[in-house]
Design a protein around this ligand. Structure first.
Ligand code: CP3
Length: 349
C-alpha cells in the first residue's frame, strides 16, 4: 500500500488525520500471554531479539488483537551496543532487576575497542526481522506502517557507561561532568554506528525511525544542549543526507519538560513524542506532529479514569497533526482488554 494510504505516515507528513492514528510503545511485550509463550519458545529475551522469525511474530501479536496504525520493530535498545561488540545479557530479577546488563565502557581503551564499522553487519538478524515484518504487514495489515528505532546517543551512552539502568546512571553523569572529552569520543563512535544501523533499518523496510531519549530528563539545561540536542541534531542531519529530506523521523526526549521547544526547533524531526508529564493544554511546538501522551498507569486502571483521560487528550489535539500513544511503554500488569477499549475510543475520534 502506498504511503499516502497509511494514516500514521500521513500524520507524520503533517496532516491532521482524524480520528488520529494510534500505536503504543511496548505494544508487543509481557502484558500479552502469547508474547510470554514466544519468548519461552525462543529460549530467552536476547535469543528472541536475535531470532528474526520469532521477533517478527511478536511484532504481529498486538496487531491481531488491536487495529494499530503502526508496528514497531521488536528488538531492544542495547542491541546496538551489542552489535558494536559490547557484551550484553539480561538480568533474571533480584539484584540484577529484569533489564539489560552491559559490560561497562568507562575508559579510552574500552571505547577504542568498540567496532561501529561492524554494527550494521552484526545486526543482520535485526535487519532480517525488519524485512519480515514489512512483508507481513503488506500482506495482512496493509494500512499499518513499520517504525524502526534506536536509542538516541545520550540514552544509549547511559546504558553503555553505567552498564545497567535503575540507579539514575551516576557513572555517565560523572563522565559528562569530569571527563566530557572522553564522553565525546563515545558519542562520535555512537553517531557512526547509529547512522549505519538506522539507515540499514530503513533500507530493509522501516517506513519511519524513532529515536528514544528515555533519559533526556536527567540533564540540567547546559547538559541537555550538549548531550541531547547537539548529538541528536547531528544524527538527524546525517539521516537526512542518507534517507532524503522527507523521510519521517520521530524524536522522544522523555521528561525534557522546558527543553522540548528548543529540541523541536533544532533537532530535525517530523514528530516529537510527549511523556505523560506534558500538559497538552499548555504551550506546545506547532512545527511538528505531536505523539503521546496517556499515562501508562491510567491504562492499567482502565474504566472511567481511562475514558476520561483519553477524551481529554482527544479534545486537546483535535484539528492538529497528532498520533495517539502513551507517555511511556505499556507495563506488564496492563489488562489487554483495557488496550482494546482505548483503541476503540480513539478510533471513534
Ligand atoms: O513494542 C515494543 O515497543 C517492543 C520493542 C521495544 C523493546 N524495548 C522491547 C523490550 C522497544 C522499542 C524498546 C526500547 C527500549 N529498551 C528503551 C526505550 C524506550 C523506553 O522504554 O524508555 C529502553 C530504555 C530500553 C532498555 C530496556 N529494555 C529496559 C530498561 C528493559 C527492562 C524494563 C522493562 O520494561 O522490561 C528492557 C527489556 C525489554 N525490552 C522488554 C521488552 C519487551 C522486556 C524483557 C522481557 O520480556 O523479558
Amino acid at each position: 500500500m502506498d504511503r499516502v494510504d497509511k494514516p500514521f505516515l500521513r500524520a507524520l507528513a503533517g496532516e491532521a488525520v482524524w480520528p488520529p492514528p494510534i500505536w503504543l510503545m511496548r505494544q508487543a511485550g509481557r502484558y500479552l500471554p502469547e508474547y510470554r509463550a514466544t519468548k519461552e519458545k525462543a529460549g530467552g529475551f536476547l535469543e528472541l531479539c536475535l531470532n528474526p522469525e520469532l521477533s517478527a511474530e511478536v511484532t504481529f501479536q498486538p496487531l491481531r488483537r488491536f487495529p494499530m496504525d503502526a508496528a514497531i520493530l521488536f528488538t531492544d535498545l542495547p542491541m546496538l551496543p551489542w552489535a558494536m561488540g559490547q557484551p550484553l545479557r539480561y538480568g533474571q530479577g533480584g539484584d540484577d532487576g529484569v533489564g539489560p546488563i552491559l559490560e561497562p565502557v568507562r575508559d579510552a581503551a574500552a571505547i577504542a575497542a568498540l567496532r561501529p564499522q561492524d554494527a550494521a553487519k552484526r545486526a543482520a538478524p535485526i535487519m532480517e526481522t525488519v524485512a519480515r515484518i514489512r512483508a507481513g504487514l503488506e500482506k495482512d495489515h496493509p494500512g499499518t506502517a513499520l517504525i524502526g528505532f534506536a536509542g538516541a546517543p545520550w540514552t544509549t551512552a547511559c546504558y553503555m557507561v553505567d552498564g545497567r539502568g535503575g540507579h539514575g546512571f551516576p557513572e555517565t553523569r560523572r563522565m559528562a561532568g569530569e571527563n566530557p572529552a572522553l564522553l565525546e569520543t563515545l558519542f562520535a563512535t555512537l553517531l557512526d554506528a547509529s547512522e549505519a544501523y538506522l539507515v540499514a533499518q530503513a533500507e530493509a523496510g522501516a517506513e519511519a525511525l524513532m529515536l528514544f531519549d528515555s533519559w533526556a530528563g536527567l540533564l540540567p539545561p547546559e547538559g541537555f544542549e550538549r548531550w541531547v540536542i547537539q548529538p541528536t541534531a547531528a544524527l538527524t542531519a546525517r539521516l537526512r543526507v542518507r534517507l532524503g529530506p522527507d523521510y519521517p523521523l520521530i524524536g522522544f526526549p522523555r521528561l525534557a519538560g522546558a527543553g522540548i521547544p528548543a529540541y523541536t526547533a533544532r533537532v530535525g524531526v517530523n514528530a516529537v513524542g510527549l511523556d505523560e508529564t506534558v500538559d497538552l493544554k499548555g504551550p506546545l511546538p506547532s512545527n511538528v506532529t505531536l505523539q503521546g501522551n496517556l499515562d501508562s498507569k491510567i491504562l492499567v486502571a482502565g474504566g472511567e479514569a481511562l475514558r476520561a483521560a483519553t477524551a481529554q487528550i482527544l479534545d486537546a489535539m483535535r484539528g492538529r497533526p497528532f498520533i495517539f500513544n502513551l507517555g511511556h511503554g505499556i507495563t506488564p500488569d496492563t489488562p489487554p482488554e483495557h488496550v482494546a477499549a482505548l483503541v476503540e475510543q480513539v478510533k471513534r475520534g
